[in-house]
Ligand binder design. Structure first.
Ligand SMILES: Nc1ncnc2c1ncn2[C@@H]1O[C@H](COP(=O)(O)OP(=O)(O)OP(=O)(O)O)[C@@H](O)[C@H]1O
Ligand SMILES: [Mg+2]
Length: 151
């Protein structure tokens, strides 16, 4: 059985579109250290990609010289990932999280829908003109103690 250690990482990178993949791979590597399903891993990768992409596309309006901070933590089998930008912020968080809502006419408005369906919890902290922090939480299925041992 995989031994579960609490772990945490902090990533700081330029707001380049290429770094969406970088962030998702780093978080996937962190999650891979514990016993979790491939399905969970894929879902976490999608959710992280959506949030990082939002930071770059919306928060920084595709300005590639800004900084995105991603922190990942696994504590007692619970994964928490925060994605933070210091960009334009969100005026109305509830509206932004409504399925199919987008401030960009060429986008589907589905990023938050994916984040909510793939993670247990999605928290958004934002202030117009100051930036946005999205915190994604998910219990990693097989990361508790062995099922047999519990009986
Ligand atoms: N980090 C952010 N900074 C500023 N605005 C944001 C940020 N993240 C999301 N938003 C706002 O929330 C809206 C909804 O985001 P969501 O990811 O659901 O859809 P989208 O990015 O518009 O489209 P899609 O993700 O399908 O390409 C965005 O259109 C944008 O207005
Ligand atoms: Mg999006």
């Amino acid at each position: 059985m995989t031994k579960i250690e609490d772990n945490c990482i902090r990533l700081e990178f330029k707001s380049l579109p290429e770094n969406v993949a970088l962030a998702r791979v780093v978080i996937a590597s962190l999650v891979s250290q514990v016993d979790t399903t491939l399905n969970d891993l894929e879902e976490i990768k999608v959710a992280v990609s959506e949030a990082v992409s939002n930071a770059i596309v919306h928060g920084y309006q595709n300005n590639t010289t800004e900084t995105v901070i991603v922190e990942g933590e696994i504590k007692q089998g619970i994964l928490k990932v925060s994605i933070e930008d210091t960009g334009i912020g969100i005026e109305n968080i509830e509206e932004a999280m409504t399925p199919a809502f987008s401030t960009s006419p060429d986008r589907m408005g589905l990023g938050f829908v994916f984040m909510k369906s793939f993670m247990d919890e999605v928290e958004v902290f934002s202030e117009p003109g100051k930036g946005t922090k999205v915190v994604l939480t998910k219990k990693l299925i097989n990361s508790g103690s062995c099922a047999l041992a519990a009986n």
